[in-house]
Ligand binder design. Sequence first.
Ligand SMILES: Cc1cc2nc3c(=O)[nH]c(=O)nc-3n(C[C@H](O)[C@H](O)[C@H](O)COP(=O)(O)OP(=O)(O)OC[C@H]3O[C@@H](n4cnc5c(N)ncnc54)[C@H](O)[C@@H]3O)c2cc1C
Ligand SMILES: NC(=O)c1ccc[n+]([C@@H]2O[C@H](COP(=O)([O-])OP(=O)(O)OC[C@H]3O[C@@H](n4cnc5c(N)ncnc54)[C@H](OP(=O)(O)O)[C@@H]3O)[C@@H](O)[C@H]2O)c1
Length: 277
Amino acid sequence: MTEMKPVSEATAVKAPVLPDAQTVTEVKHWTDSLFSFKVTRPATLRFRSGEFVMIGLLGDNGKPLLRAYSIASPSWDDELEFYSIKVQNGPLTSKLQHIKPGDQIILRPKPVGTLVHDALLPGKRIWFFATGTGFAPFASLLREPQTYEDYDEVIITHTCREVAELEYGRQLIDSIRQDEMLAELIGEGFADKIHYYPTTTREESPKMGRITDLLKDGTVFSDLGIEGGIKPETDRAMVCGSLAFNLDIKEILEGFGLREGANSEPKEFVIEKAFVG
Ligand SMILES: Cc1cc2nc3c(=O)[nH]c(=O)nc-3n(C[C@H](O)[C@H](O)[C@H](O)COP(=O)(O)OP(=O)(O)OC[C@H]3O[C@@H](n4cnc5c(N)ncnc54)[C@H](O)[C@@H]3O)c2cc1C
Ligand SMILES: NC(=O)c1ccc[n+]([C@@H]2O[C@H](COP(=O)([O-])OP(=O)(O)OC[C@H]3O[C@@H](n4cnc5c(N)ncnc54)[C@H](OP(=O)(O)O)[C@@H]3O)[C@@H](O)[C@H]2O)c1
């Protein structure tokens, strides 16, 4: 086994090597603080769309520096996609943001998580509530055939501070709507089930405001033509954002009579943190 060197801004790792090393195949920068990338998929890795894994690089001390990351690609894809923040002083992302195709990252092939279809009881309409990079697990689930087999309507809300931070999600949804391969895989007309609801909080855009406020004052329901709000009999939800966001949405969903579920006990909604802190 050859040695895997730490990535620094100047020297991205080229030499393969740890058993869990995967090769970067594509990198796209969206803003100063957001990028996405693809890596090779370990042949043995099986995961459920919506789950997360630990990924990272070798730290300066030669030990793996790993963080939780939602897999943004669907379970059937040949490659793995990730959607990442760039925290300027972040131990991992201050380095990870410099990766290039051909570099290697560490990927521990042990997927886990609660944002999976198995953790929800059957329903008719599913809501995906995301802020910031919390969009990542839904980028996977929006390309997962089961999402459209299980539900008549799929509502994805994405709240960011600025318009440019919505772009990854917006382009992904556009590409899903036009993807013939997905239509063949999932079924013609599947894209008509998607209702995309982007909002910004600190820059002017067609829909301003926190999704929590827009739910509380009923704007979301009137915009989407939904009568009677969210109902425990028909509606299911998955939530991914900051801790504060998750707590606020949880309160709103519980106010509508939905209960939080888990892999071991499916109910009407599930939650996962997009980051800690
Ligand atoms: C279950 C789970 C799934 C995750 N999935 C993703 C993912 O798909 N994409 C992703 O970019 N991050 C994700 N994260 C966060 C990720 O694990 C790291 O925190 C992030 O990569 C930053 O690592 P770092 O070492 O640079 O900084 P850290 O020391 O890990 O974080 C420093 C600070 O940066 C802020 N921060 C960290 N991550 C984010 C973020 N994603 N958005 C906004 N602020 C953040 C927080 O204030 C945090 O305290 C996830 C975290 C959890 C718990
Ligand atoms: N994204 C940036 O431009 C930026 C720039 C500098 C530093 N940072 C730092 O990076 C970290 C993460 O920033 P982020 O923008 O990715 O994530 P974030 O702070 O969680 O905000 C993402 C979006 O979620 C909204 N939001 C936050 N808490 C909410 C709640 N309780 N209920 C409903 N909506 C809520 C925010 O609205 P509000 O705008 O109303 O809060 C924002 O539109 C923060 O520590 C931040 O200080 C981010």
